[in-house]
Write a protein that binds this ligand. Structure first.
Ligand SMILES: [Zn+2]
Length: 220
């Protein structure tokens, strides 16, 4: 088990490891608001950055101000920060591990998130954060909101998470040590696209349930 007590995840500071359930490690964490709660490491790696009470407050505000602001963009933001800075992030090897950085302006602990929002604006529905040059850093000139289809034409080679089942191609991704089936497709390239999109969505903090739903929508 990895000691994450030296790290902070947004407003959350892990204090001590409490228990393990299956492959999930639960930590006692202290939120900046002062409350202590138990959260799994994987939820924090995926972008949970504040306690439940704070996120309810944020989403309460969100409804009044702007539906897709606050919390949703926060998880995109922190997912970007962690995959570039935290070796504990499961995507680290494809980002921080190969030298991809978040620019200084966006990494600033105090003003980084605000500046990221100012540069990028709101995320259009169904779009994810994309780098134009996949070997370039996360910085205003190299980032855009891209539809998941645009991204697929512009990505690093993903592992071939597909298999031929006699008549059709099945797509899957492996996460949390489990193989998650993503549906069957008529052609190999459709299955590869599905698997690659799933990996990208997952790295942006989108849950597997949502990913499967999204992929199902596309088949229709
Ligand atoms: Zn809190």
């Amino acid at each position: 088990m990895i000691d994450i007590s030296k790290f902070t995840y947004g407003r959350l500071k892990p204090l001590k490891f409490v228990y393990r359930s299956g492959t999930s490690y639960y930590w006692l964490v202290k939120c900046e608001c002062g409350s202590e709660t138990i959260i799994s490491k994987s939820n924090m790696s995926r972008g949970q950055s504040e306690c439940g009470r704070c996120s309810r407050k944020t989403s309460g505000k969100k409804r009044v101000v702007n539906h897709s602001f606050g919390h949703e963009l926060k998880s995109t933001y922190y997912a970007m920060i962690y995959r570039c800075t935290s070796p504990l992030d499961r995507s680290f090897s494809r980002y921080g591990g190969r030298g991809i950085k978040v620019c200084e302006e966006w990494s600033d602990k105090e003003k980084g998130f605000k500046s990221f929002v100012n540069s990028m604006g709101n995320r259009p529905k169904g779009y994810t954060l994309d780098r134009i040059d996949v070997n370039g850093d996360y910085e205003p000139e190299n980032c855009r909101w891209a539809s998941r289809y645009t991204q697929n034409t512009n990505k690093q080679k993903q592992p071939r998470n597909v298999c031929f089942s006699g008549r059709k191609w099945a797509a899957y991704i492996v996460r949390d040590y489990k193989k998650h089936h993503l549906g069957t497709y008529n052609t190999e390239s459709q299955a590869l696209t599905a698997s690659a999109s799933a990996a990208e969505m997952y790295s942006q903090g989108i849950t597997l349930t949502e990913i499967k739903k999204e992929l199902k929508e596309r088949i229709k």
